[in-house]
Design a protein. Sequence first.
Length: 183
Amino acid sequence: MKLLFDLFPVLLFFAAFKVWDIYVATAVAMAATLAQVAWVRLKGERVANLQWASLAVIVVFGGATLLLRDETFIKWKPTVLYWLSGGLFLGALALGKNLVKAVMGEAVTLPDAAWRKLCVAWGIFFLFKGALNLWVAYTFSTEAWVSFKLFGGMGLMLLFVFAQAWWMSQHMPDESQPESPKP
């Protein structure tokens, strides 16, 4: 259910683009993102930093798209979010904070070296996705980019998460072996 909630603006953007055009789709995505943040607030929950960032980026880049009637800005929006995310993972790690471990550390046990590699992988993955988004945006039609935004982006994320899960399973301690006492 959370995945569907997170994809809500992208799904509506895709549907609006198929029915109308990039400008209506942009306005729909802006409204959907605002509604998403409002819904979380109305439920009394904390709005995640990534949701705030997404709202700010869609307002700025979506607003520029609508005001200037130039689809280039909305095509940059995913790249900006991906690069911010990648930079955040790598920057926080450089400052001694592993964001992947902070999120998953209570549920998963990994050696510190594995947590670092995982955080670097997330950072590089998001930087790559940002560059790939621009390549698709500037190489293919707007229609192809919109389809890639939904299906390609989601597909890459699923592949990355599955690869990450497999990689993590290779680095988890063997629970069938009792832990040796620490001196």
